[in-house]
Ligand binder design. Structure first.
Ligand code: SIN
Length: 344
């Protein structure tokens, strides 16, 4: 049986603390913004650590807006699910409790945009250049524009990188997954991928993953190395297998009412700052993952495995049915358009 998100984390308490004392939020922007007495405040919540591609891009966005507006517009960045997590961040955005989010693309399927799950397809993208032909092109823009149906403004895409598998054993071919409970994001495509490999998918919020691994609630997970390292997952998983089997990326989104309420020059300033921050994020994504892998090697204690070509072939063959099986959910027209965009 597949579980849904478990209420392990006291988000309510955290939000209350943030309301009471700026220091309790540990959002660097909060303290800076309070001294600058901003006329406009943008709260940006995300679930990963600051020292990740997304965390660094969010902080760059904050700094650019702060500098260019002379402190008149403040961006308060809440990393690490300190304000909202996977359970409640979309609702918080739609209700205006935050102005911006940067969820992974996998998290848009459950709010009515299954086409975003095409990014989850295993062994679909040969490299990042091909992903960018979609995200930085007309098809990506069409996907962002559709978010208006849920009162969201899609502002741009950003990469993290390719995901790898971790557990307390190597995961290099389908036989290794037999019977494992694998934590996944709430994506039907990722669930199908894990089942195709012989594992049992367990949907959990990102912020709960490390503890669930430590407690043995789940046996393994998948993520780019930057997330694996900064969440300290290496302290609760002995093996990381560099399967590079699927992509993880983000869409930065804003609450539509807030976005339209901004004066046009402010909207232009914020848009340009975000465009530059996303460009920066895409530039550093690879190096952040490389740095995390180097740090992991340096720390020792984690066995790092590279699959042999024959093992990759077996993994690919096992997950091939996911592409056809999930095509209707994603939308065959979206998939056709994605394939065309990938060809360039
Ligand atoms: C993220 O990178 O935003 C989280 C990814 C995950 O939930 O695995």
């Amino acid at each position: 049986m597949e579980t849904t998100d478990t209420p392990w984390v006291g988000m309510g308490r955290r939000r209350m603390l943030c309301g009471l004392a700026a220091g309790a939020c540990a959002a660097s922007g909060l303290v800076r913004a309070q001294t600058a007495a901003p006329a406009l405040t943008i709260r940006l919540s995300h679930v990963v650590a600051e020292d990740t591609p997304k965390g660094l891009a969010a902080n760059r966005f904050q700094a650019l807006v702060q500098d260019r507006s002379g402190g008149r517009i403040a961006v308060l960045v809440y990393p690490d699910a300190r304000l909202y997590g996977d359970h409640d961040e979309m609702q918080a955005l739609q209700l205006g409790a935050v102005e911006m989010l940067a969820p992974s693309l996998s998290k848009f399927g459950r709010i009515g945009f299954p086409e975003f799950e095409l990014f989850d397809l295993p062994y679909f993208f040969p490299d990042m250049g091909v992903v960018r032909r979609i995200t930085q092109g007309a098809l990506g823009q069409r996907m962002l524009d559709r978010l208006a149906r849920q009162r969201l403004v899609g502002l741009g895409f950003m990469d993290n990188g390719f995901k790898h598998m971790s557990a307390n054993r190597p995961l290099l071919e389908p036989a290794h997954f037999a019977g494992l409970r694998m934590r996944i994001q709430a994506s039907r495509v990722i669930a199908a991928q894990m089942r195709a490999l012989g594992a049992r998918p367990v949907t959990l919020a990102f912020s709960e993953t490390r503890r669930a691994l430590a407690a043995g609630v789940v046996d393994g997970t998948e993520n780019p190395v930057s997330n694996f390292w900064t969440q300290g997952m290496h302290t609760v998983q002995t093996d990381l297998s560099l399967t590079q089997h699927a992509y993880l990326g983000y869409a930065f989104v804003a609450n539509q009412r807030f976005w339209e309420s901004m004066a046009a020059p402010d909207r232009a300033l914020v848009s340009e700052a975000l465009r530059e921050a996303l460009y920066f994020g895409n530039q550093i994504a690879d190096t952040q993952n490389d740095k995390a892998l180097a740090a992991l090697r340096e720390a020792g204690g984690t066995r790092i495995h590279v699959p042999a070509p024959a093992q990759i072939t077996r993994m690919r063959e096992a997950v091939e049915p996911v592409h056809t099986g999930l095509a209707r959910r994603i939308g065959t027209a979206w998939l056709d358009d994605a394939r065309k965009a990938m060809e360039g």
